[in-house]
Design a protein around this ligand. Structure first.
Ligand SMILES: O=C(O)C1=C[C@@H](OP(=O)(O)O)[C@@H](O)[C@H](O)C1
Ligand SMILES: C=C(OP(=O)(O)O)C(=O)O
Length: 449
């Protein structure tokens, strides 16, 4: 919801070993897609393990506004869809809260139906760029009217007679790719998306699972995804895997907090998402994939993370950025506890997330006594080894859940407590973060230090 309540300051205190099992919630990207594709198929889709974070709950409300029946009974979500092309025109404004994924995918899903919808979000989402989706949606025949600079609130007038599109994404973005594919569902013929760098492929996998004809080829241009429009999507039974982007927080907390040993079971290691774990291992992290297996066609393992006193700074290859894009904030907290310089390049996209994540982390890390250098599309954090971060600062989360959690994680390993001015946004993606970290032994207090 766009109305963000009073700020919730929280303080992370230096603590002893973190230990135990961290059961993190369901994958956010997959949860949004399960609701949207469930709403676009005819019949009942059931979903277990859905992330019940605010971002996903806002997508569930949006699907109801477009005519689907979405209900939680017990532990299972039931979605009665309306079919491709069956969306009704919403009677009220669609509020996507803090969620870029929600708004951009839903815009795509409605843009090729002859209906009009107005979208808004919170102060963070209303600052984020939407032209990256409205530009390709215009090629299908949809029109968008929003605020200056292509910002929300924005009205999309769906195409009356949509035509299929061939589109090369100008930025590495799974949200843009997915918006185009979802729009292509209700366009006759083949819609093609070309991406130079592979981004998370949950839309392609789930569209195929729902019975759409989707092919993926890799060639010199990059990855080419072809979707045949106007399929009859068949309802599915979906078990959402646990979110590697949420797993990142207990894993990184364990690596930098003295004496820790934490097991994070059942984490999807789809290569389009697992870049952080590769990077941490290159830095010398004691991070082991236990019990590696396949579940629902995806590689899965239990992650075991132990305190790693000898982490080293490294250069993170720019080609890895898409596979760990949401993990750079918490990586920078780990880098602050490593010896030497960690250089992160090819990361311009970090500037247009829930906050400008390079700026938010750089200012907060500096306040904690850490050296940061930055350019438009790169930044570097120089650490002085385990136990070297002074902390003792109050930092801003800027309506950004990942910034808030990254500084709390750093607070466990710093020499003095770190207060985050507002931890309310954590509920968008990881509503059980605070109790879960407490069960591992972390000391978090809700009053400012
Ligand atoms: O498609 C998705 O589910 C997401 C894609 C990424 O955004 P971009 O597509 O803007 O890179 C990521 O940052 C976001 O958290 C989830
Ligand atoms: C960037 C993120 O989400 P979204 O773009 O969906 O707001 C995120 O969860 O880190």
């Amino acid at each position: 919801m766009s109305s963000h309540g009073a700020p919730v300051p929280m303080t992370a205190h230096p603590c002893g070993p973190l230990s135990g099992v961290a059961e993190v919630p369901g994958d956010k990207s997959i949860s949004h897609r399960a609701l949207i594709l469930g709403a676009l198929s005819v019949g009942e889709t059931t979903v277990t393990g859905l992330l019940e974070g605010q971002d996903v709950l806002d997508t569930a409300s949006a699907m109801r506004a477009f005519g689907a029946d979405v209900e939680r009974r017990g532990e299972t979500w039931h979605i009665h869809g309306v079919g491709v092309g069956g969306f009704a025109e919403p009677e009220t404004v669609i509020d996507c809260g803090n969620s870029g994924t929600g708004v951009r995918l839903i815009m795509g899903a409605m843009a090729t139906s002859p209906i009009t919808a107005t979208f808004t979000g919170d102060a963070s989402l209303n600052r984020r760029p939407m032209a990256r989706v409205t530009d390709p949606l215009a090629l299908f025949g949809a029109r968008a009217v929003g605020r200056a600079g292509g910002r929300l609130p924005m009205t999309i007038v769906g195409a009356e007679d949509a035509v299929p599109v061939r589109y090369a994404t100008p930025v590495p973005s799974a949200q843009v790719k997915s918006a185009v594919l979802l729009a292509g569902l209700n366009a006759p013929g083949q819609t093609v998306v070309i991406e130079r760098e592979a981004t998370r492929d949950h839309s392609e996998r789930m569209l195929a699972g729902f019975g759409a004809e989707v092919s993926v080829e890799d060639d010199a241009e990059g990855r080419i995804i072809t979707l045949t429009g106007q399929p009859d999507l068949r309802p599915q039974t979906i078990a959402v895997p646990r979110d590697p982007s949420s797993a990142a927080f207990p894993v990184c907390a364990a690596l930098i907090t003295e004496g820790s040993d934490v097991l994070v079971p059942n984490i999807g290691l789809n290569p389009t998402r697992a870049g952080l774990f590769t990077t941490l291992r290159e830095m010398g992290a004691d991070l082991v994939y236990e019990n590696p297996r396949e579940e629902g066609g995806e590689p899965v393992a239990d992650l075991r993370a132990r305190f790693s006193p000898d982490l080293r700074g490294i250069e993170v290859p720019p080609g890895r950025a898409a596979s760990m894009i949401d993990e750079y904030p918490v990586l920078s907290a780990v880098a602050a506890c490593a010896e030497g310089r960690t250089l992160m390049t090819g990361v311009r996209e970090l500037r247009v997330k829930e906050s400008d994540r390079i700026d938010a982390m750089a200012r907060g890390l500096e306040a904690c006594g850490v050296t940061v250098e930055e350019g438009e599309d790169w930044w570097a954090v120089t650490g002085r080894g385990a136990g070297s971060v002074a902390g003792g600062a109050r930092v801003e989360s800027r309506l950004d859940h990942r910034i808030a959690m990254s500084f709390l994680v750093l607070g466990f390993a710093a020499r003095a407590a770190i207060t985050v001015d507002d931890c309310g946004p954590i509920a968008t993606s990881f509503p059980i973060f605070e109790p879960l970290m407490r069960t591992l032994g972390a000391t978090l207090t809700t009053e400012a230090a």
